[in-house]
Design a protein around this ligand. Structure first.
Ligand code: PSU
Ligand code: MN
Length: 306
């Protein structure tokens, strides 16, 4: 019985030649964006990288096999098949042994990327500590997994549906390095500024690559999180955001939504209640992060060849 992850020939060739590769997660496709726009999005995410001379490695579990680098038919299944489940690291073994097809969260994707030797990973917005944590104890496994996974994650901070100051405290405790890209403000996914300041800012992909090399030199095994905000004129209208999010949180509580269903529920509520505006912003956020991740991976490929 072999459970070895499958790395696509294209991704394997790029890694072996030291060419830039960016990992992409698949829960954003299976559970974060509405069908069928999610399929279009998944394809456009890969294209953005390919056009920049970077090899995309979308990661998911296909019929039980952790797969690094998808065929178009795999992307289609992840996007359109309603039986696709959402898996974090703890669920990986179950999905594999049960031959399931699954979208991998930031946590599960990071672990698979690191294992394959991929150093840069792009998502929309990380999971984190949920509002109302004191009652629910809901904190995304993204945080604890990043504390022990050597990967650079480009994200528009964490989702604005979360308790952001609490999330930043947890990232500090867990030893995850956090820097803003060309900003000293921590971004909040749909919103450009969470209201929380950051100690570190990095202004170029080359600077980020040298931080990665420096962390390697001291044996640091945790993640580097790069907070990449949307320009303020492209964020979701903050007044609309706050009103709709308030309703979404109330509805989730009233319906008793729990566990890994919380984040998809809130994102879906935001989509319906903003007339799709939140989806447009989510796509914009993801594309911006993927483009930056491509530039970091390119800088990393030339740094690590020196
Ligand atoms: N970024 C997006 N959309 C998403 C996610 C990230 O733009 O749907 C997903 C990621 O897979 C992340 C997950 O790991 O949301 C967080 O889920 P939870 O809160 O259940 O850990
Ligand atoms: Mn959760």
């Amino acid at each position: 019985m072999s459970f070895a992850p499958e790395v696509s020939p294209r991704v394997r060739a790029a890694l072996e030649a030291g060419r830039p590769v960016v990992a992409l997660e698949s829960t954003i496709i299976s559970h974060g964006l509405p069908r069928p726009r999610n399929l279009e999005a998944a394809r456009s995410f890969e294209e953005l990288l390919t056009d920049a001379g970077v090899t995309p490695a979308t990661i998911a579990v296909i019929d039980g096999v952790p797969t690094i680098g998808m065929l178009d038919s795999d992307l289609e299944r992840i996007a359109l098949d309603e039986s696709v489940v959402k898996v974090s690291t703890r669920d990986l073994g179950m999905a594999m042994a049960g031959k399931r097809t699954a979208g991998t969260t930031v946590a599960a994707t990071s672990v698979l990327a690191a294992q394959a030797g991929i150093r840069v990973f792009a998502t929309g917005g990380l999971g984190g500590v949920h509002r109302g944590y004191a009652e629910t104890l809901d904190e995304s496994a993204d945080l604890t997994v990043l504390s022990r996974t050597r990967v650079t994650v480009v994200s528009a901070g964490v989702k604005s549906i979360l308790d952001i100051p609490a999330t930043l405290e947890r990232l500090e405790t867990l030893g995850v390095a956090v820097a803003g890209y060309r900003t000293n403000r921590f971004p909040a996914f749909y919103l450009s500024d969470s209201g929380v300041g950051l100690e570190w800012r990095l202004d170029t992909p080359e600077e980020i690559a040298s931080v990665m090399a420096a962390r390697d030199a001291v044996g640091e095994e945790s993640a580097l999180l790069i907070g990449n905000p949307l320009p303020p004129d492209r964020q979701l209208d903050p007044v609309l955001h706050d009103r709709v999010l308030g309703e979404a949180l109330e509805d989730a509580a009233a319906k008793g939504i729990r566990g890994h269903a919380v984040t998809p529920f809130l994102l879906d509520y935001m989509q319906r209640a903003t007339g799709g505006a939140s989806v447009a912003v989510n796509l914009d956020v993801a594309r911006g992060n993927i483009a930056l991740a491509g530039r970091i991976a390119t800088a990393w490929a030339s740094t690590s060849r020196l």
